[in-house]
Design a protein around this ligand. Sequence first.
Ligand code: MIG
Length: 775
Amino acid sequence: MNRMDAAVNWHWTCSSLHIETPVAHLRLTPLADDLIRMQVTSGDGTESFPTGAVIKDDWPPVVASVEEKEGRIRLCTPRMAVEVELSPIRLSWYEGNRLFARDEAIEVGDGRVVLRRSMPPDEHYYGFGQKEGFLDKRGRRMVMWATDDPLHTPTTDPLYQSIPFFLALRQGKAHGFFLDSGARSIFDMGSLDPASHYCITVYSPNLDAYIFAGPEIGSIIARYTELTGRMELPPLWTLGFHQCRWSYYPAERLRELARSFRQRQIPCDALWLDIDYMDGYRVFTWDKERFPDPAGLLADLRRDGFKVVTIMDPGVKVDPNYTVYQQGVEGDHFIRNPDGSIHHGEVWPGTTAYPDFLKAATRRWWGDLHKALLDVGVAGIWNDMNEPSSFIPNAAGERTLPHDVVQGEEGRKVPHRDVHNLYGFKMCQATYEGLKRHRPEQRPFILTRSGYAGIQRYAAVWMGDNHSWWEHMLEHLSLCMGMGLSGVPFVGADVGGFSANATGELVARWVQLGTFTPFFRMHSAKGTRDQEPWSFGAEVEEICRRFIRLRYRLLPYLYTLFEEASRTGLPILRPLVMEDQADPETWCITDQAMVGSHLLIAPVMQPGATRRMVYLPRGTWYDFWTGQPCEGGRYVIAEAPLERMPVYVRAGTALPMGPEMAYVGEKPADELTVHVYPGKGRFDLYEDEGEGYGYRSGAYARTPLVVEGARLTVGKPEGGWQPPRRQVEVVLHGVAGPVRVDGRPVEAEPVDGGGLRVLVQRPGGFTVEAEGTEA
Ligand code: MIG
């Protein structure tokens, strides 16, 4: 390795600062006031394979200046600066006058670039996509190399996702770093303790990074997702409850499952088909005996409100009599060995060929194949095994493709090693574009296991093969929060746990957690005991029923958060540090989360526990179950008998809730309840048709719910869509009364657990207030 030493020359082109050294070229390009791109090019100067993560290139010009002083060059934007020492090359990064990071050395050689950054002892590191461990990743060494590892231990690394993005927080101020490469990279955040440096290595002769000045976590995520794109608003039904297992078959079993949900009055929107629906694991086929009439089955289920999602693996069975394989060969869609032959791996169908999703024609072919599934009524696609996974280890002992198989367009071929982390991402792009082409009037729904930075544009993500272990409830929270901080808001994990047998208590607790996570699906592995909400006796069934119903009642709140995420990139499930990054207590909390910025959840993750400690950030909070106010900025002990998970609501919240329903769209959502928690705040309730793109041409409603003290003002909805609302029920918590509507006294009814309830026979445009907040 060679350290980038004395610069031989430098120049400023008005858009980039270029610095030439004998071993590499450094280029610094301001893209926005708080964002600078940093590129190091070495080797023969060829650019790295473009990942496709970054979608924005039309940045408005930045007012930047460059000056040289005492052997340093300083590049400034109105909000950030980078100062380059020329011998050796060292970079100091500033937000205003605050030094936030220092690259002490840049080393190149052996097909790598290494960045050594100083590591203040009081700095915390968050994000990195899907990474094991607690919220703060300080002290961990993490590899970006998409891997199907079904045993998630506290130190298993890497997992399925590769998102080389992180946030650093020091003394309440944050900055961000994104490394854009589809090749292997390593983030060693001080694994050799005590550490004075952290170290970022990319296995490429080039480094392409983006530095975000912050200092707000939220604004960094907003910028990062401006760069890499945001989730499209999903269909409303995908926020409902999903039931899955490996596998429900034959058709009659699926019908029986559907009947059970309706008979037991447990809401459910989607049933999932795992690999056994296929004919010998051949993708895009159906097993004719198990599913003789898929279109009829799906139509019947649909009449009862059930959507069906089918699994898809990338591996195509090598079988000369199978059309998909034939087309793949004829169309030159498969990844090849260095000698030019089609590469064969081993996955569920036996010997398989892997589509090369880096090729546009292959993505199109793959996307078009989905038409057959859409035609029989499949509602969404579940992309599994797309790390890609292989049953035969490669020469490096990894269960994925050999590093030297060849991918990419003609004239732009690259070895798999350079683009490994893009496989799942590009597969999802193919699926997404296929769904858009063949069902343009509906919003696509794709769930994926593997992904790269920007995956949020194409798919929701679940956390892969967890276990029915209590420890994996904490993993559920930490992985999902890490993903949310990394720009991917639509995330979840297998509720109840995938491998091993669950117990009733575990399932009850896990369903409580799942109720508040963006993607809410129960799933369990082949060979494990039944894992439906009713599989563990009446008490657990009742707890599941109550929480799944609560999930549906919360849809107006959750859907508004999804809409916000689609516009701003902000996560739905957030660590507490995002809500109050100046409060040191929040910096390392992994076992609690915010859902949006109004609800705080504290799941119970130990057997037998009936209470737990909860940190409430500064301000006043209300117990969701009792309506009792509690002061924050301290720890409280929350009561948590099995049927209750601690949930708190921030003072000043207007929490919108809808009616109970068996599934989304069962009946018009014409009842709205607004729970008011006195204080000061505002919630802009977002509603639309829940499907399709009408909202893009104005068919939505945004209703301001404004809380001031014990007064709620429900404004007139903005937007061109009329919510089907006849009346609004308002529940005022923590107040004594009397209650007035638009200044006139009304009868208010006390509600269980405290609070006063009034019914206003209008869709909006009124004020409800109470006198005298309860002491
Ligand atoms: O090799 O399709 O993570 O959710 O049930 C296992 C069977 C393949 C792994 C997925 C899991 C799914 C299972 N799959």
